[in-house]
Write a protein of this length. Structure first.
Length: 238
């Protein structure tokens, strides 16, 4: 094993032992720092949001899989872990799409706008159906863990809501900020309940950040797409 492998192994195992049975892994803290950095780049409509996010996704995947891979992290959060895999895939798509916009001559990587009524009529029912499907899948996978039924429902929404939010971000829809708020409303209590404190704190901070991001993108969409102001959804939020 060379020096790099030793360094990588040391980072993987590094943790802060809070109590006798509760530890916080440093890769959870670092992974969430990358996540916040990705959000900041996204707010600025900078394509670097995607590769920075990928780095955080890799780290957080190893954290949320937890004891399912034998590292003693704690209860494995399958929805949280699964969405990191989807983030990797969606981030490649988002990075390609935003960089293509830049190559097309646009100053920012994306021009925010609302999803159309037809698009919402497609993704909202699809999201509801997907939550039901993943509830069954996650409950089947985690049958051996002593957790309440609502854990699987919460994890299913976190997974599906995150997929929807990431896709909407890649498309440049203002709606993606609202999706993240809905995910955080479920994700923060779940993370606190299972002892993933750095992620819970970051998500709480992120919830305030996404509200700010929503306001910023809403203002940009009104300036750059004034014709969409007759959208009933925008009127309700105005």
């Amino acid at each position: 094993m060379n020096w790099f492998d030793h360094l990588l192994a040391a980072f993987y195992d590094a943790k802060w032992q809070v109590t006798a049975d509760q530890a916080i892994y440093y890769r959870e803290i670092v992974g969430n720092a990358f996540g916040l950095g990705s959000a900041l780049f996204g707010l600025r409509r900078n394509a670097w949001a995607w590769p920075v996010g990928i780095a955080g996704n890799v780290l957080l995947f190893t954290v949320f899989v937890g004891q399912a891979i034998g590292d003693g992290q704690g209860t494995p959060l399958y929805g949280q872990a699964s969405r990191q895999v989807f983030f990797l895939i969606a981030s490649v798509y988002g990075w390609w799409r935003w960089r293509r916009n830049r190559h097309g001559g646009a100053a920012p990587a994306v021009s925010p706008r609302w999803a159309t009524a037809r698009q919402r009529a497609t993704f909202v029912p699809a999201a509801v159906a997907a939550v039901a499907v993943f509830f069954v899948i996650f409950r089947s996978i985690g049958a051996g863990f002593p957790v309440p039924w609502w854990y699987f429902l919460a994890d299913s929404w976190i997974f599906v809501g995150s997929m929807l939010a990431t896709y909407a971000m890649a498309r440049g829809w203002v709606d993606f900020w609202l999706c993240w708020i809905a995910v955080d409303l479920v994700g923060v209590p779940e993370l606190l309940h299972f002892g993933y404190y750095p992620s819970a704190i970051l998500y709480a901070v992120y919830a305030a950040f996404v509200i700010w991001g929503f306001v910023v993108w809403l203002g940009i969409s009104r300036r750059e797409h004034p014709a969409r102001l007759d959208d009933p959804a925008i009127e309700a939020l105005a």
